[in-house]
Write a protein that binds this ligand. Sequence first.
Ligand code: FAD
Length: 399
Amino acid sequence: MDFGLSPDQERLQEEFRDFFKREMEKAPAGWVGGNVEEPYLSDENWAFHVKMARKLGEKKWLMLALPEEYGGINASPVVQMIFNEVAGYYKAPGVDVFGVKMIGPVIHAMGNEEQKKVHLGKIASGEILWCQGWSEPDAGSDLAALSTSAVRDGDHYIVQGQKIWTTGAHRADWIFLLVRTDPETNRSRGITFLLADLKTPGISVEPIVMMDGQHSFNQIFLDDVSIPVKNRIGEENEGWKVAKAISNFERTGILPVGYIERELEELIQYCKETRSLGKRLIDDSSVRHRLADLAVEIEAARALFYRIACLHETGEFMESVALSSAAKVFTAELYQRLIYAGCHIMGLFSQVKHGSKWAPLKGAFERLYQHCPGENIAAGTSEIQRNVIAWTALGLPRS
Ligand SMILES: Cc1cc2nc3c(=O)[nH]c(=O)nc-3n(C[C@H](O)[C@H](O)[C@H](O)COP(=O)(O)OP(=O)(O)OC[C@H]3O[C@@H](n4cnc5c(N)ncnc54)[C@H](O)[C@@H]3O)c2cc1C
């Protein structure tokens, strides 16, 4: 669909496409790509991710929207969206979701000058990679119930507690944490936002292996960890404001529409090339209708994302809150519908793993079938996104 890009935006789009097309020819053999977890799954994937991050950093494309002094090119939110779409389409690594799409923009918007100088350049160059320490065993959807404590001791906080589901912590360099600094309240008002080097003594990272045997999750134990006060973003006990700002970036950052579109294109190609009971899969009208429905939904998702980018461009951030939740829940569920449709169309072949000559599309759907439900949980579950839409966009009651 033509969104009326300017000649400059079209030129940049072409540059992004050329770059990723060329670079993705060097992807490791088993690379499925497109999802946040992929870079963490093997040493080979991680090396590819880091190399790509540094290349993008050199081009100043990692954090395009930053001013030049911090390593960006002052690009508009729409250009950032174009970049996300193209990188997603090529299933490219390099963009550290936690650094580039979450903590980087927040440090730029809410950090002090020293924090910007220390961190932004390293995020924008791909030198330092991040992870997100928010969820705890008893605090997920109800994040404000978190209990990891931080007690002020001079110019440091002493942190004690546990985080869980921390994607990529076994490979990242730094972590951003939500901690409780006011034990008198068990809700959002007593929470503070801290940044920590993962090499700080007292931090230990333990793996959690997923049902498909892969390792991207971890749990983190924090035992008397000393974190400098200068690593605090915002005021003490006001970390919730920072967390809310990050959530908006997170919801629009994890599942690019370009990636879902690419999966659909590959599925269509498979249906054109594969025969069942003497005819091509694509000759079955029920298959064609299912693919057509997905194509319509992809365009709807794209329109939502561009609407959010336009609101950011005009500074209407509050108007984008419910739309970010809408974009997140719609694309996560659309992605799941696409993977399920693919598995249905492929039949039992969809269960064959990568490496077998019988595996369609290099076994991607076998992996993605197990992975895609997680997209409805990460960054806030679909139920929580629907709550946000109900409360903020529709003014419905909270109980
Ligand atoms: C792929 C993936 C990556 C992740 N990466 C990270 C990470 O890097 N860092 C990190 O900190 N966390 C991460 N998480 C954790 C994620 O943020 C939490 O799993 C999520 O917030 C849900 O919390 P929970 O698992 O405790 O489920 P719960 O909050 O216990 O929810 C259980 C069920 O109850 C429903 N529910 C809960 N409250 C309500 C309500 N008020 N209204 C309606 N329904 C409700 C939920 O929708 C869900 O279906 C990741 C999760 C996944 C799946």
